[in-house]
Design a protein around this ligand. Structure first.
Ligand code: ATP
Length: 915
């Protein structure tokens, strides 16, 4: 034995040994698990149960990656040309542009990636273990060899386990073996030489439980596991790419060729038609190319996306796949689970329906305090002997535990079951004593597919009972009798239906309890339960209040042009009552699972829009609903938590898994995970998704006109045979200081106030909508007109060339500054306090820019390098006037466009103008 109690296990083939030998070798008690002291020693010896992170690319590589873009290649080629011509200043300014761009991109992207990694760490999986005789949920990283681990459908196996107990356990081992068929597990030892796929008594780290339950002892952790040895999970780094980024990439290629062609044309036209010197034209053409290239665009967009992801995380929505950020902005239908997402998942039993009468139960929380009322009269539980009987069934056919911690009653397990334990305590039962008096022999756990739970018990007098609890229609169908004060009587289904209809119509969730003696039964099977013959004891009505914030979020989603549909396993009437409280629609129509089954896919697509609630629905129904909605052209967000929800989550445009309730399988299939399981967070994520798309639109609509304006000044001058109003090196300067800096400020922009009053963006809408194209052209023209106009006018007034050029450059930069304000709101005015001062990043970048322009104009060194001349107050006055005129003109344009839009709203669509 070693100091921590494990015998040296080197060479022990875990799969070939009996469970006893494995447990002994790991010094583990099969009932209590490891003690905390042993765990600490083993943690010190074996370290964390984690695989080493994939090597991250070196800093140099990441820096160079910023330059791997066709736009940057054009710049580098231009730098090379100027260097060959011996124009070192031009060359260094171009390289400066490249460097600044790459540096900002590198720093911001590094920050963004760190943030994304931190966000992903929030999703680190939990393991269910037994230690020191207690059941605990803890991060998988803390597991040590010898820990007892429980597995449930949907879990990712947290370490290599030798299985000790199981029930129908099947595991998908494709991550490890590549074999796509799930493996049925068993307990018996297998041959020592068995290959991985045949070691059916082991569960391997990283594989996925597809069905059933199991319990096993950890035999290997971290890199000692099978998956650790082959390290297939390494390198699962997500590319920072989305459909939008790819679209932009293509746009970039196209633009680069266009700009090259334009530059070549300028060179030839200037030299051959306008007779400029070839050297001058060469530099002008390079200047034009550099000016026109929106080299900052890729970095700005990646950063905007990353900031959006961070904002969503702050609002409890964790993005697992970046494209979801864009898709969220287009969602037209949100299909949400009810329990826990739209409701609070804090259940209390409020009504008890029995064959004889109907009892009210008052009290909140999971504690033992509560009052029983019969026809408004309070009764002591002891006066109701049958109450004890049904409460005992509720307590024993139950996997939850409630305990008192710091004066508060807390629950571990399913809230419906917690409510039943609380009922039993209110009826005067002691849970521990009851469990000892009638130990459980076997069980069929609850699953949404079969909607019941059954347990087999024997008491110390040798009697055996089969207990059943579940959805009333399931349970009633298995009952032959009902319990009355006078003993069992034939089941009166009609009377029960009436009573249940009343209860469900008030929004109560119904759960039926039944039992039957099972004298000979040793093990529980589905066939045994389905043989029926039960006696119905009671139907319980559980109250699970809607979340207040969900009610508000549903209203916001509806205002934002999205439908909210509820998909629930609950009874139709319960679902309708809750749906009405949530305000899902003006007329809440419910389609039941049975009716849904009778519709084929084409019919379902026809009618799916008519219903807002799908009750008694199963995970397969979810998949069919997503498909039907998508067939109608809807963009669907779908929530889910169980392993069987995974296909629907994958199929949905935005699959959303629950952070608390959700299984690993659901989380891995989903694009987004809700840390608080709350519907309101979906609405928040949609809002942020729309903002991201808006901000990307703003970055584009800012960057392109400023680039085109700079290039336009050169182009127009050459075409008209004018003196160039800016030297090539001056154009390069403007480009260098405005390239990424200004546009980056837009990435931090908050959503516009009306962002949730617009309809969803059509998913196929082109990035550059007619409005965007119009505005890009208009602003480009105005910038050219302003700087060229002032230049020509002052030249005509006799201003020296260098000074007029300085004036032209400052005018252009002023135009860009003003336009940055204007772009903050694409449609509404910025001529107010919020519009002018609302984004501190905008103010900061503008401050820095002004400082640079002053240096450019007045610093002797800069004057020598760039050929600038100081400007007087009057000139600044003209510059300011141009800025003001541009601002007012662009604001006027918004007013006019808004008027036009109001008349023909639906005609244009795009990232910015979808209403
Ligand atoms: P949603 O999809 O909105 O979350 P849900 O999770 O409430 O719905 P299920 O958990 O599938 O739906 O429950 C469906 C029905 O099964 C419930 O109305 C109830 O009658 C029954 N039921 C729920 N939990 C249990 C349980 N632990 N044991 C037995 N029956 C249960």
């Amino acid at each position: 034995m070693t100091s921590d109690g494990t015998s040296s296990s080197a060479g022990l083939a875990w799969h070939a040994e009996s469970a006893e030998v494995v447990l002994a070798a790991l010094a583990c008690d099969a009932e209590a698990g490891l003690s905390d002291a042993v765990v600490r020693r083993r943690q010190a010896r074996y370290g964390a149960n984690a695989l080493p992170p994939p090597p991250s690319p070196s800093r140099w590589r990441r820096f160079l990656a910023q330059c791997q873009n066709v736009l940057i290649y054009v710049l580098l080629a231009s730098a090379l040309v100027t260097a060959l011509l011996g124009h070192w200043l031009d060359c260094s300014v171009i390289l400066g542009v490249v460097l600044i761009n790459a540096l900002i991109g590198y720093l911001q992207e590094g920050k963004a990636e760190q943030a994304l990694t931190a966000i992903r760490a929030l999703l680190s999986p939990q393991a269910q273990v037994r230690r020191s005789g207690e059941h605990r949920a803890l991060p998988s990283e803390q597991l040590v060899p010898g820990d007892l681990v429980f597995l449930n459908a949907g879990d990712r196996v947290p370490a290599d386990l030798r299985l000790l107990r199981l029930r129908g356990l099947t595991i998908d081992e494709s991550a490890l073996t590549g074999e796509s068929l799930a493996v049925e597990k068993q307990l018996a030892p297998v041959a020592p030489a068995a290959v991985l796929g045949e070691r059916t008594n082991l569960a391997f780290s990283g594989t996925l439980v597809t069905r059933g339950q199991g319990m096993g002892v950890v035999v290997a952790i971290g890199s000692a596991t099978e998956i650790g040895r082959i390290s297939t999970l390494l390198g699962q780094v997500q590319p920072m790419s989305t459909p939008l980024l790819r679209q932009l990439d293509r746009f970039g290629h196209w633009l680069a060729w266009l700009i090259l062609a334009l530059s070549l044309f300028t060179l030839l036209f200037g030299a051959l038609v306008r007779h400029y010197s070839l050297a001058e034209m060469f530099l002008a053409a390079v200047g034009l190319a550099v000016a026109a290239i929106p080299e900052g665009l890729p970095a700005v967009i990646t950063i905007t996306l990353a900031i959006g992801v961070q904002r969503m995380a702050r609002r409890h929505a964790i993005i697992r796949r970046l494209p979801a950020v864009e898709a969220l902005g287009s969602v037209t239908v949100i299909c949400s689970d009810k329990t826990g997402t739209l409701t609070r998942n804090e259940m209390t039993v409020q009504r008890i329906l029995t064959a004889d009468n109907e009892l009210e139960l008052q009290g909140s929380g999971y504690g033992p305090q509560g009052r029983f009322l019969l026809a408004g009269q309070e009764l002591a539980p002891e006066d109701l002997p049958w109450l004890q009987v049904l409460s005992r069934v509720a307590l024993l056919c139950n996997d939850a535990r409630v305990s008192r911690q710091d004066g508060q009653w807390t629950l571990v397990g399913d809230p419906s079951e917690g409510a039943l334990i609380s009922l039993a305590m209110r009826a005067g039962l002691d849970p521990d004593a009851e469990r000892q008096a009638a130990p459980r022999w076997d069980e069929i756990p609850f699953e949404s597919e079969h909607r019941f739970m059954a347990t087999l018990h024997h008491d110390h007098q040798g009697q055996r009972w089969l207990l059943l609890k579940g959805a009333p229609e399931r349970v009633l169908a298995l009952c032959a009798h009902q319990q009355t004060a006078g003993g069992p009587a034939p089941l009166d289904t009609a009377a029960w239906q009436n009573a249940m209809t009343d209860a469900a119509a008030t929004g109560l969730r119904l759960l039926a309890l039944a039992r039957r003696p099972a004298p000979e039964l040793a093990a529980l099977t589905f066939a045994e339960v389905e043989a029926g013959g039960f006696t119905l004891l009671a139907v319980l009505g559980l109250w699970d209040p809607p979340r207040e914030e969900a009610i508000a979020a549903v209203a916001r989603c509806r205002a934002a042009g999205m439908q909210v549909k509820m998909i629930t396993g609950d009874h139709q009437l319960t679902a309708r009552a809750i749906g009405e409280r949530l305000g899902l629609a003006s007329e809440v129509r419910v389609l039941g699972g049975d009716a849904l089954d009778r519709l084929d896919d084409a019919c379902l697509a026809e009618v799916v829009d008519d219903y807002v609630i799908f009750a008694r629905a199963s995970p397969e129904h979810k998949l069919r609903l997503v498909a039907a909605l998508q067939r109608r052209g809807e963009v669907v967000a779908m929530t889910g938590d169980g392993v069987n929800d995974a296909p629907a989550l994958k199929r949905a445009d935005v699959g959303i898994a629950m952070g608390h309730k959700g299984t690993e399988a659901a989380k891995e299939a989903a694009e987004m995970v809700l840390m608080d399981d709350n519907f309101a967070s979906i609405a928040a994520a949609v809002e942020e998704g729309r903002t991201v798309y808006d901000n990307i639109g703003k970055a584009i609509v800012f960057i392109l006109p400023t680039n085109f304006g700079e290039a336009g000044v050169v182009l127009v001058s050459v075409l008209l045979g004018l003196t160039l109003p800016m030297t090539p090196v001056q154009i390069l300067w403007v480009n260098m200081i405005t390239a990424v800096t200004l546009a980056l400020a837009e990435a931090f922009e908050r959503g516009e106030p009306d962002i949730m009053d617009r309809p969803p963006r059509p998913p196929l809408a082109p990035l550059l909508s007619p409005l965007l194209i119009w505005r890009i052209l208009l602003v480009s023209l105005l910038l050219v007109a302003g700087s060229l106009g002032l230049f020509l006018w002052q030249q005509a007034e006799g201003m020296p060339l260098d000074q007029s050029r300085t004036l032209a450059v400052n005018t252009l930069v002023m135009g860009e500054i003003v336009y940055l304000f204007n772009v903050r709101h694409l449609r509404s005015s910025v001529l107010n306090r919020e519009g002018l001062l609302g984004n501190p990043y905008v103010l900061l970048t503008i401050g820095i820019l002004i400082l640079f322009q002053l240096l450019f104009t007045y610093l002797p060194l800069m004057q020598r390098l760039f050929g600038t001349q100081p400007l007087g107050l009057l000139e600044w006055g003209w510059i300011g006037l141009f800025g003001l005129a541009l601002l007012l003109l662009m604001e006027l344009e918004k007013v006019i466009l808004n008027l036009i839009f109001r008349h023909g709203r639906q005609r244009c669509a795009g990232p910015d103008d979808s209403h």
